[in-house]
Design a protein around this ligand. Structure first.
Ligand code: 13P
Length: 234
């Protein structure tokens, strides 16, 4: 069983989501399918497809205009929330500390956080990939985790750029993440790979050791692109 998660980013409509959920419900798969969509689309019901948000406030409630609390996301029936996505780290200057606070809010409200880590092009070129990944995992995960979490490795330089790391780069990153999680007492935590996943490379990527699924951006927006990813693995 793999986890196939879509991240719609700031795309789509509610009727488009309803129609995709109907399409996905016809797919014969044992994989866990998740769609992380804009807040305004949460609340669409499905027995087979779980929904998630794409960000969450660090705060529990109160005078924080424009922010959405984890309790509110949970109230829609959503089960997941992405935290620390590279675009939030980049455009909102999120640090590992911010991401950890957001993950804590998610966990306190019964949501499973999908905690993203990954290196920028600058960090990659400076030879800091492994250090950035390890500190991302150690610093972005709350210390008192007692329920499920998901980690996603997203090489930030590859996202939306049509670039993919080599198989050995993905293997090296995922092995480090799995070892770090085990060292933190979180062995068995699923680790997703995300950046430029499509139908044509999904099976190969998910055959790499310690890759427990994928987090898919652009190719999760249309059923015709997303379904082949879901059915690419058993
Ligand atoms: P792309 O699949 O469009 O590269 O996006 C990856 C991503 O950011 C998923 O969260």
């Amino acid at each position: 069983m793999k986890i196939i998660a879509g991240n719609w980013k700031m795309n789509g409509t509610r009727s488009g989501l309803e129609s995709m959920v109907r399409d996905l419900e016809t797919v014969d798969t044992e994989n866990q399918v998740i769609l992380c969509v804009p807040f305004t689309m949460l609340g669409v019901r499905s027995d087979k497809v779980a929904l998630g948000g794409q960000d969450v406030s660090e705060q529990a409630k109160g005078a924080f205009t424009g922010e959405v609390a984890a309790s509110m996301i949970a109230d829609t029936g959503a089960k997941y929330v992405i935290v620390g996505h590279s675009e939030c780290r980049q455009y909102h200057n999120e640090t590992n500390n911010t991401v950890r606070n957001k993950a804590s809010q998610a966990l306190a409200n019964g949501l499973i956080p999908i905690i993203c880590v990954g290196e920028t092009m600058e960090e990659k070129q400076a030879g800091k990939t492994m250090a950035v990944i390890e500190s991302g995992v150690r610093e972005s995960i709350p210390s008192d985790v007692s329920t499920d979490i998901i980690v996603a490795y997203e090489p930030r330089w590859a996202i939306g750029a049509g670039l993919t790391p080599t198989e050995s780069e993905i293997a090296e990153a995922h092995t480090l993440i799995a070892k770090t999680l085990a060292d933190m007492g979180l062995g068995g935590t699923p680790v997703l790979y995300g950046a430029s996943v499509k139908g044509s490379n999904a099976a190969e990527i998910m055959s790499i050791p310690n890759v427990d699924g994928v987090l898919v951006g652009g190719a999760s927006l249309k059923s015709d692109d997303f379904i082949p990813i879901i059915t690419s693995v058993k």
